[in-house]
Design a protein around this ligand. Sequence first.
Ligand code: NDP
Length: 324
Amino acid sequence: MSVRVLVTGGTGLVGQGIKYVIDTEPANSPFGKQDGEEWFFVGSSEADLRNAEQTKKLFEKYKPTHVIHLGALVGGLFINMKRKLDFLRDNMLINDNVLHNAHEFKCKKVISCLSTCVYPDKVEYPLDETKIHLGLPHESNFGYAHAKRLVDIQNRAYKDQYGDNFTSAIPTNVFGPHDNYDLESAHVLPALVHRCYLAKKNNTPFVVWGSGKPLRQFIYSRDLAKLFIWQLRNYDDVEPLILSVGEDEEVSIKEVADAVVKALDFKGEYKFDTSKADGQFRKPASNKKLLGLIKDTGFKFTPFDQALQESVEWFLQNYEKART
Ligand code: NDP
């Protein structure tokens, strides 16, 4: 039986992580391509998923049996604060078009991507899969958060009304090759890499926005890719699944900045601009459910420093073509 996997957002950070794993792991190994599988990685140049007609044509072209739905308007804290309506509307349109077509084309499975950013602001930690809808999201990203939460609602409605096998994954902060390094829209880690790179090049101070105190869980895109591939093949439940390193592996923004300074061998002045927003102080997520499910797969997380070093090397080698 042929399996045709369509990866929306396939040109982005997470999509390219999955492509790397599919292209480099041995065929028929646990995370490698299996006999009979075809993978299609598509970006916005193939179809603007906000557009119903273009989305339908994309499904007609690839006839997917499975979908990993990553395509989204994505960005860090500052752009989320500035463009709340775009983050709400674009993502609602994208998600509705993809899920509607996956249903119409009778896809056997869809995994859509949520984020730990969509959880309530005031909630008991650690976050787990049962707490997504327990209160309002943080003010800074309420557009993105509400649009993403609706995917979980849609998945449940598709299952309830039609029995569709639609589910979702919830990654924490992702980083890796092909990240968005654009200083205005980047997430914190790639923004720090780019700022430190410029400080070194221009012989200026390396300024970290905020106090450096907030804590985050970071997952390497190539580790996340393996977890998505595992989830696609093995997880048939509408309940979302948190894909993350453990709660005991939270890292402060200062620790990230220190690691960036080391990876880029930056020797100049390095300081914090506390007039800039910090966002949520911490939002630890539990990966207990995930660990219970994958315990026999041999999966291991890449150590943070190694993953950061690989990402920085990719950035340096691809500066011209990276999103800067
Ligand atoms: P990127 O910004 O790297 O990639 C976004 C992808 O979405 C690109 O392939 C882009 O295509 C595509 N896309 C954007 N707008 C449209 C559109 N209108 N029509 C079609 N495609 C579109 O994001 P990530 O890889 O980081 O994110 C992937 C998923 O993971 C998203 O759903 C995001 O919400 C989620 N996520 C990300 C986290 C992170 O830290 N990065 C954390 C948690 C969740 P193109 O580049 O060709 O324009």
